[in-house]
Write a new protein. Structure first.
Length: 616
């Protein structure tokens, strides 16, 4: 593999982002069903659909949709008592959800955008099964924004979320129709780090509203990447922010390698044969189970491709992997090629026979596919197509992210024929009054600074509580008179510690935490009892039951007696360690009083008892 330059400016790297984030609204975008995600075993019914692409108003067929139609698939959809006929595409959509629109307008205003005067819903052709209708509804809301980093936001759209894919052709309708904001930046990013930093900044704006959903799958980041002499590639579905820079680095690496392969093919005078050869009979007794059982095996010779089909272009990915992705569109499992054979049960003698049957020379590569005759013919056409694209360098395409940041081919980039007007949803006008009455939230970066200033938190603690879903409950507790440091422990630090210990902290409501804080403030428990109380509540106990798990209240004289006994039982340790013995003995006493005494009182009593022993 060639050494990848680290000079991204020299490579001409250009990247842009598309951020898709679910909005936390009461109902879906075009019906009044709740936005609740369900378990598959809760489904109340199912139905099946075949989807076909429709032509645009100009009679054109989108190239991405056309490729999706290469396989005729029957899609299965699970419905629930929380979904309706709109998700089934058996009833027209209701008017656009105004709550969702106001959230999108708020985010647009935060980033200095200009709203469009009238919002028109469009249909975006999608026939991969993720929409029962064969299209996704989307609406342009605002244009031309900017971020403090200097990055430019081109558009903000409001669209409906797709159905959730459970298996290859099985989808769940609980997610379909959840309102989704799409934020698209200009192609103004020139390093992998800039891509990740911009995505983090957009995420901060989204979460500042307090109106977006949280958790895995609620946000997806698509990134568009190209380098000089390359082509635009869209990588979809990056869910982890920390992987974005690595995805860009690997895509740059892939494009550099593909350009090098292009140059080598041209230098070799390479060509691609157009007629496959039936080699089924050569593998009747093969040690490869796939080849031995196949109804048909077709082979194609790629002249001058030897060593290049097996050349690595990304970690775990080769040019052969790209060809395999294209072939899989026909339903085959993959392909074999002579750059990697003998292997997989195919012997060296079989490879020699195969090359001889196709008159392959030393510099040639032979690719074979095995399946039904129809699938094999389709797959060979796709392999020939991808092999010819290798002479262009970088095909313009949509790709999906794989584990650790490499990518695989999905489909060609869609064209203009993909979009057409939605006639079932009325336009929505945005007036100056609508725009002016939007209340802008405090940005999380400003909230962090305020927490550091007002509550004397260090930056990391301030960041944790500011980004927490419980930040509003934290502030309400402080406003009600709870000490900020105690409230932070309750709503943030202690919950993190308990979660690491396996406690289901999601079962502890903000109200329950507030009740624990009130109990501590009223003297019913010490602040040191907080972990025990929250654990008990997480296990299903109410506050009174949780309080009953603590030791009975300990008076000052009782505490002195407990401390005296603990010190006397460890007198040797106290004399050896001196005043520093107080730290280890603190844990012993606190375990015995089980949160019924404030830690400060225990510390004072220990220090006094130790000083007495040491005659200080």
């Amino acid at each position: 593999m060639t050494q990848l330059p680290t000079d991204y400016e020299g490579l001409g790297l250009i990247a842009g982002l598309e951020i898709h984030q679910q909005l936390n609204t009461k109902t879906k975008l075009f019906c009044r069903c709740p936005t609740t995600i369900r378990e598959a075993d809760e489904a109340s019914g199912e139905f099946f659909r075949y989807l076909r692409a429709t032509r645009s108003e100009l009679g054109e067929l989108d190239r991405a949709a056309e490729e999706e139609m290469m396989q005729v698939r029957r899609f299965r959809y699970l419905q629930y008592d929380s979904t309706c006929l709109v998700e089934n595409d058996e009833e027209p959509p209701t008017p656009l959800n105004r709550e969702a629109l106001d959230i999108v307008l708020t985010i647009a205003k935060l980033t200095g955008m200009s709203p469009v005067p009238e919002i028109h819903t469009m249909r975006k052709l999608v026939i991969d099964g993720s929409n029962t209708s064969g299209f996704q509804r989307t609406a342009l809301v605002a244009l031309h924004g900017h971020l403090p980093s200097g990055s430019i936001i081109e558009t903000v759209c409001l669209e409906e979320e797709a159905a959730q894919r459970l298996e290859d052709a099985t989808f769940s309708l609980d997610r379909l129709g959840i309102p989704l904001i799409e934020i698209t930046t200009a192609p103004c990013l020139h390093t992998p780090e800039a891509v990740q930093e911009t995505a983090a900044l957009i995420g901060m704006y989204l979460r500042s509203t307090g109106r977006v959903k949280r958790g895995i799958g609620t946000i997806r980041q698509d990134v568009n990447v190209s380098i000089r002499d390359g082509g635009r590639v869209e990588i979809k579905g990056v869910q982890e922010l920390d992987l974005l820079a690595e995805v860009v680095r690997r895509e740059v690496r892939r494009q550099v390698e593909l350009l090098a392969i292009r140059d080598e093919l041209i230098a070799r005078g390479a060509t691609v044969e157009t007629e496959p050869v039936d080699v089924t009979h050569l593998f009747k007794e093969s040690g490869s189970k796939i080849l031995k059982k196949a109804k048909k095996i077709l082979a194609i010779r790629l002249n001058g491709f030897a060593g290049l089909v097996g050349r690595e272009i990304q970690p775990g990915r080769r040019l052969g992997s790209e060809m395999s992705d294209y072939a899989k569109k026909c339903g085959v499992g993959g392909l074999f090629h002579t750059d990697e054979l003998p292997a997989y049960g195919v012997t060296e003698e079989e490879v020699k026979t195969l090359k001889s049957a196709l008159s392959a020379k030393v510099d040639d590569c032979v690719i074979i596919v095995a399946d039904t005759p129809e699938k094999c013919r389709c797959a060979i056409k796709q392999i020939i197509r991808r092999a010819n694209l290798a002479f262009e360098g970088i095909p313009k395409e949509t790709r999906k992210m794989l584990d650790e940041g490499s990518t695989a081919y999905m489909r060609p980039l869609p064209g203009a024929a993909r979009m057409y007007p939605e006639t079932d949803v009325l336009p929505v006008r945005i007036t100056n009054e609508d725009w002016e009455k939007l209340n802008l939230p405090e940005l999380l970066i400003d909230k962090i600074e305020r927490y550091m200033r007002d509550y004397r938190f260090d930056r990391e603690v301030a960041r944790q509580i500011a980004y927490s879903e419980r930040s509003l409950a934290f502030e309400e507790a402080v406003t009600a008179g709870i000490k900020a440091s105690i409230a932070e422990r309750a709503f943030n630090s202690t919950l993190r510690e308990l979660s690491r210990d396996g406690v289901n902290v999601d079962a502890v409501s903000d109200v329950s935490i507030r009740n624990v804080l009130n109990a501590i403030q009223e003297g019913k428990a010490a602040k040191e009892a907080m972990p025990s109380l929250l654990t008990a509540i997480a296990e299903g106990k109410n506050l009174e039951e949780a309080l009953s798990t603590l030791a009975p209240a300990v008076s000052a004289s009782d505490l002195d007696g407990i401390v005296k006994r603990v010190v006397e039982e460890r007198i040797g340790f106290v004399r050896e360690k001196g005043a520093s013995a107080a730290g280890p003995l603190m844990g012993v006493v606190m375990k015995e009083v089980r949160g019924s005494v404030d830690g400060k009182a225990v510390s004072q009593a220990l220090q006094a008892a130790i000083a007495k022993v040491l005659n200080v």
